[in-house]
Design a protein around this ligand. Structure first.
Ligand code: HEC
Length: 101
């Protein structure tokens, strides 16, 4: 019986951690890579921007700028749609991932 509780506790701990930690790399792959590839280039739809080499702070500032409309170029409406559904935690995780490219 003790073993069962130990296993249950482990499963619960992992489950809770997984639910709170945002996977920036995974998010990037599913939501951003289509346009921004591996960060070293972008497709036409991605506006040709290069994300690689920019710091996490810079990226976070730009993403938040797209959220509140204070940042962006000719295609900012498109990026605003991309970030509109992201939480602050997701933006931080994405920025940290891009900053590490
Ligand atoms: C459908 C294509 C598309 C997708 C998907 C997309 N983007 Fe973009 N992204 C663009 C375009 C186009 C621009 C240039 C917008 C402008 O004119 O400001 C851009 C610009 C950016 C910039 C600003 C770069 C700079 O230096 O000015 C960042 C940062 C960025 N995208 C991050 C992301 C992240 C993170 C995601 C995933 C959540 C994402 N993008 C998904 C098309 C896309």
């Amino acid at each position: 019986m003790k073993k069962v509780f130990a296993v249950l506790t482990l499963v619960l701990c992992f489950g809770v951690t997984a639910a709170f930690a945002v996977d920036g790399a995974g998010l990037y792959k599913t939501r951003c890579a289509k346009c921004h590839r591996d960060g070293s280039e972008s497709s036409n739809a991605g506006g040709g921007v290069v994300l690689k080499g920019q710091s996490a702070d810079e990226i976070e500032m730009k993403l938040n700028g797209y959220v509140d409309g204070s940042y962006g170029g000719k295609k900012k409406a498109l990026m605003s749609r991309m970030v509109a559904k992201l939480s602050a935690e997701e933006i931080k995780a994405l920025a940290a991932h891009i900053g590490s490219l």
